[in-house]
Design a protein around this ligand. Structure first.
Ligand code: GLN
Length: 458
């Protein structure tokens, strides 16, 4: 009740697309009953959560913040949702995002932008980041304790960074994508947004592990993570890499300071901190964009207004019906990516773009593999700046936004490795600053332990 009340009191931030009041009431009554019988289902029994509105939820509207799916009610639920509800969690609503998760701001939604709670002024607000911005604000406002976002190029870590939260992008394949409406199948992962590292671990322990309905999940059994208390954690001898290519010229002064302070902090506690080189980082954004647009072009083909999605009122020809439904149903960013992706995939361009991008992706992956020969974890900024103001952000073109905002986050998606963003402190102007930790595949226990260590020291 208290969480639903918070959600209602904080509607000005526009975190939610749908509040699932009745479902939440039923779930929490059942949970209360289990506690009365002293039989809670798990650590998450009765805990309120929210989900990004690109996860299918049976009998609950799932819109992707797009006109195309404005009236779509799935007939099945995402595995992540089923596992959380199965563990007793109480979902209170579905959260705002950039249309089909394309963006880094949660500004391109048919439901309007999500506003950051930090530095809030109604007219001149800061963005929440994206595309899982609604999830971040749902947690920030206290409407829920954890939210499930998605992360294709940084969409969980970026809003975590802008909103002062913990944001985890798990190893690709560790968490099922079944029911997560695809953006880029080869990079998408469900992500977790919470206030503290321990909460993030609790959620991960519920959602991770093989799903027979998603052939890209890892079959290796998942071992639940249990982190020691903060005073038992240490970093003595831990080899930490600072990839020099992440010293982007666009890096904000204060972001750079935090990065240096955190490197110093780890060194002071006995870690072996060293600079390393990952030379292909500079090609990563271009490569990401090409692969993203190609997969988008293929994924979006299903929305033709007949099988799925919004149908325009056209009776002249089938061709015209498709065209009008798609041009009215998608925003310009989605249409742009479909067109560009199809261009890259043309017979005459396939080699030069798609295949070439796949090769560059391999080089980026090799950079990571090489890094692991030297160091155990990488420490980098998450975002280049603190949250921008809406007015400034919306004036940039989407291409700029992408190149700028995702610089430090998307390499982890290209390589599939886990990455977590944690809040460090506030900037001079009072906005959250963060740091990102990356590790090799399935190193969640290590990067989350390090995250908890840093969390306890700042
Ligand atoms: N900003 C990136 C994009 O628009 C990341 C999106 C995401 O992670 N879902 O593609």
């Amino acid at each position: 009740e208290a969480c639903l009340k918070r959600a209602k009191q904080t509607t000005k931030y526009n975190a939610f697309i749908t509040l699932t009041r009745n479902e939440a009431k039923n779930l929490s009554e059942a949970s209360t009953q289990r506690y009365r019988e002293q039989k809670p289902l798990s650590e998450m029994d009765g805990i309120t959560i929210a989900m990004k509105d690109n996860f299918c939820t049976k009998n609950i509207k799932t819109t992707c913040a797009s006109k195309m799916l404005e009236n779509f009610t799935p007939t099945y639920s995402a595995t992540v949702y089923d596992r959380l509800i199965g563990a007793g969690a109480v979902m209170i609503g579905k959260c705002n995002l950039d249309q089909f998760a394309m963006g880094s701001g949660t500004i391109d939604s048919i439901y309007g932008p999500t506003k950051n709670v930090w530095g809030f002024e109604d007219e001149d607000f800061y963005i929440a980041g994206g595309s899982s911005g609604g999830c971040a604000i749902a947690v920030s406002t206290g409407a829920c304790f954890a939210a499930i976002g998605s992360d294709t190029g940084g969409s969980t870590r970026n809003p975590a960074s802008y909103c002062g939260l913990v944001g985890l992008k798990p190893t690709y394949g560790l968490v099922s994508r079944l029911g997560l409406i695809p953006l880029v199948n080869s990079m998408d992962v469900p992500g977790i947004l919470t206030r503290y590292v321990d909460d993030c671990v609790t959620v991960l322990n519920v959602i991770a592990g093989h799903d027979p309905k998603d052939s890209t999940t890892l079959t290796k059994p998942y071992r639940k993570i249990s982190l020691p208390s903060a005073n038992k954690l240490g970093v003595k001898g831990l080899r930490v890499g600072l990839p020099v290519e992440y010293y982007s010229s666009n890096l904000d002064e204060e972001v750079l300071e935090v990065w240096e302070e955190m490197a110093q902090l780890l060194e002071d506690h006995g870690a072996d901190v060293r600079e390393i080189s990952m030379p292909n980082t500079e090609h990563s954004i271009v490569c990401y964009s090409i692969l993203n647009q190609c997969e988008v072009a293929s994924n979006m083909a299903r929305y033709d207004g007949i099988e799925f999605g919004f149908r325009a009122d056209i009776n002249t020809s089938t061709e015209q019906l498709y065209a009008t439904s798609r041009s009215l149903g998608f925003n310009d960013i989605v249409r742009n990516r479909i067109l560009t992706g199809n261009y890259f995939l043309l017979n005459r361009n396939y080699e030069a773009y798609f295949n070439q991008a796949l090769k560059v992706r391999r080089l980026i992956l090799n950079d990571f593999d090489k890094a692991w020969e030297d160091v155990q974890v990488l420490l980098t900024p998450t975002t280049l700046t603190t949250a921008p103001k809406y007015k400034e952000f919306k004036n940039k073109t989407n291409r700029d936004q992408c190149a700028f905002q995702d610089y430090c986050t998307q390499p982890a998606n290209m390589a599939g490795v886990p990455a977590v963003s944690i809040p460090i402190k506030l900037s001079g102007s009072g906005m959250p600053l963060s740091i990102q930790i990356m590790g090799r595949n399935l190193s969640e226990p290590m990067i989350l332990a390090l995250a908890k260590f840093i969390e306890s020291k700042v």
